[in-house]
Design a binder for this molecule. Structure first.
Ligand SMILES: Nc1ncnc2c1ncn2[C@@H]1O[C@H](COP(=O)(O)OP(=O)(O)OP(=O)(O)O)[C@@H](O)[C@H]1O
Ligand SMILES: [Mg+2]
Length: 273
């Protein structure tokens, strides 16, 4: 009960907040999970803005400043999960107290997802310390890989286990780093490969996570499969093209992608917990 998953990267704009909102929405809608999302980006909070929560009355900053209880700051979202927004105006607070506050409420939830700041200081440390496990968001280029290698090293030093990487904004171009290259450099499994899709930006403009905005796209399927694996379950993609791919893979005419294999391994190990 109450697993706390931090979503980190020490690079801005790679898709941490996008990952948190998409995972939360599919965990709630597809898997019936009770989920809380927490904005751990203390100096540039925007999780609320991704979800259409503008200018919340009580924020995580107020909780950390001792002015309010967690329950006062947590809001129910129409998409079926709870949100703990932070203040869009940065204020100095004891960020490392995040862990003790989350500890008080985590057993009310199946999963708590923390959206981290990319800043390699107390901000990201607060997420690492408050989390039971981490997902690291990356993209298939060298500058991001270099940051990801560093993030993995810092997390290992802190002793917070990394469940895996999310390879985001993939264009499927020859010049991009491959899943294998990213895994070898980081010694960490890739659990999801999310394509770059303009519908993610369209969904952001509509303040709704892409996974639950319009028809289910490849982005939506990847987040559903990742959410399933985190719970020890499987999400079956019923779309025709995916069913054909499945037949080809079973007939050994097409290779099963590495991240699919990694998800099955994760799902099996979570299922045995
Ligand atoms: N797969 C994708 N396809 C297209 N656009 C994407 C994708 N993932 C994220 N984006 C867009 O990239 C931008 C940055 O994403 P996001 O805010 O999630 O990154 P972040 O890592 O949380 O950034 P920050 O470090 O500033 O908090 C957003 O406009 C988002 O909609
Ligand atoms: Mg963000």
């Amino acid at each position: 009960m109450g697993k706390v998953v931090g979503v980190i990267a020490i690079k801005g704009g790679v898709g941490k907040t996008t990952t948190v909102t998409n995972l939360a929405s599919v965990l709630a809608s597809e898997f019936g999970q009770k989920v809380l999302v927490v904005d751990g980006n203390f100096s540039a909070a925007n999780l609320g803005l991704h979800l259409g929560l503008v200018n919340p009355e009580v924020t995580l900053h107020d909780v950390l400043a001792g002015k309010h209880e967690m329950e006062d700051a947590i809001q129910k979202h129409d998409l079926g999960f709870d949100v703990l927004p932070a203040s869009v105006v940065p204020k100095k607070v004891e960020m490392l107290e995040l862990k003790s506050h989350i500890k008080k409420i985590k057993d009310k939830y199946d999963m708590v997802l923390i959206d981290s700041s990319p800043a390699l200081n107390e901000e990201i440390l607060a997420t690492m310390m408050a989390s039971d496990e981490l997902l690291v968001v990356t993209s298939p280029d060298h500058p991001t890989l270099s940051c990801t290698m560093h993030a993995v090293k810092v997390a290992k030093r802190r002793g917070t286990p990394i469940t895996g990487l999310i390879l985001n904004r993939v264009y499927n171009k020859q010049f991009e780093l491959t899943t294998q290259e990213v895994e070898e450099a980081t010694e960490t499994p890739v659990l999801a490969v999310i394509p770059h899709d303009v519908r993610v930006l369209e969904a952001l403009a509509a303040t709704t996570p892409a996974s639950v905005h319009g028809d289910i796209s490849d982005v939506g399927v990847e987040y559903r499969k990742l959410a399933g694996a985190l719970l020890g379950k499987q999400y079956e993609d019923r779309r025709l093209t995916s069913r054909v791919k499945g037949w080809l893979q079973r007939g050994k005419l097409m290779e099963v992608p590495k991240h699919e294999v990694n998800r099955t391994l994760l799902s099996d190990s979570v299922g045995k917990e």
